[in-house]
Design a protein around this ligand. Sequence first.
Ligand SMILES: [Zn+2]
Length: 336
Amino acid sequence: MSDTIVSATQLRQNPQDGSPHVVLLGAGASRASFPQGDANGRILPIMCDFVEVLDLAGSLRDAGIDPKENFEVVYSRLVSDRLAGDLLQKLERRINSYFSALTLPTTATHYDRLLLSLRSKDAIVTFNWDPFLFDAYRRNFEVTQGKLPGIYFLHGNVRIGCCPDHDEWGDRHAACTTCRNPYWDVPLLYPIEKKDYSTNHYIASAWREAKDSLGSALTLTIFGYGAPDSDADAVKLLRDGWFGRSNREAEHVEIIDTADRQMLYGRWESFTPTLHLHFESEFRNSRLWRWPRRSCESLFYPSIMGQPCEDFPLPNTSSLIELQQYCSEIARHEQP
Ligand SMILES: [Zn+2]
């Protein structure tokens, strides 16, 4: 053991290969990242104000449904009602068009910061339908020479399509590079009790790869994900992945969330047998923000070598270019 501090320069210049940092991203992260809405002031819904924000109340009322009822419950009931086909289609069209139209501001956002703080060995898994992660990925790809984390949309996304025959996916309007056929839309999986994760080619492979990353992860960050009851099966699958190769007795789980801590303990204690949960209410205090692209090193040196690490936080700037320059300079020391 040694008390020598590992300097920021040492950390930046000597990235370790190794286990991934996995981030589970929820709708709360989008709301926290865009408190004033998207580039055009459109508000990001969370489940409790979903009907209001997407203006679905009229359609529900016309069908004799109380718009104040929990939307997940309503949706679940409509799916099992064969006579509700027209209303379902109408709701789905509205949901698709609302989320598709959302636009990233031109300034640096938390989605840029999140992607630029992670490396190609890392992964972000999300149930979010909004396009921000996909759009931020595209605008940061070149500046890092593609050294960005894997991104997995476990409930589909409004921006993506996939080839039904080949292991390819991307922009919904693009084509498969193998067979040249246009991509098929990846369906949005709605809040119903029994979700089907195996029929769609993309969804099946996203789950497989997400569970694989979770199994080998050194650390997990859960950012703004409320784990609603309708996602109970999904959360169980994620937990199975997390415990797939380890009993997690030396786990490191960080929760970025503004909810009450006791409640958060209750929500996530099954991921941490020794209850070492670390809470932050703001992304700017997180491990990723303090040690961009070296978050796993910032855990390794103190816990294995007894050496604290000097931090080198992301610049406090709204300039996307400044943020990209800061992170691409760190990425320069990493293998392609
Ligand atoms: Zn194809």
